[in-house]
Design a protein. Structure first.
Length: 72
C-alpha cells in the first residue's frame, strides 16, 4: 500500500469512527496490508484486496476477553 492510499484510508477511518487520533502505518516488508492504531495502541490490520477487478480493503481487529473489562 502506497502512502497516498494509506492517507485516504486513514482519513476515511478517522471520519467513520469519529476518532481523529486513528492512524494507519505501513508494515515493513509487506505491501498488501498496514497496521491500524488508536494513539499508540495497535488495534488491528487493514488488508488490500484487488484480486477480482474490484479494489477493496478489509479491517481486522481482534478483541480479547480481558479487553472487555475496560468497557465496564
Amino acid at each position: 500500500m502506497d502512502p497516498q492510499e494509506i492517507a485516504k484510508l486513514e482519513k476515511y477511518l478517522q471520519w467513520k469512527f469519529q476518532l481523529p487520533n486513528m492512524q494507519i502505518k505501513r508494515r515493513p516488508q509487506k505491501d498488501d496490508s498496514a497496521e491500524v492504531f488508536i494513539g499508540d495502541e495497535f488495534i488491528g490490520l487493514i488488508f488490500r484486496d484487488d484480486d477480482d477487478d474490484d479494489l477493496s480493503w478489509s479491517f481486522q481487529m481482534a478483541i480479547l476477553e480481558f479487553d472487555l473489562d475496560y468497557a465496564e
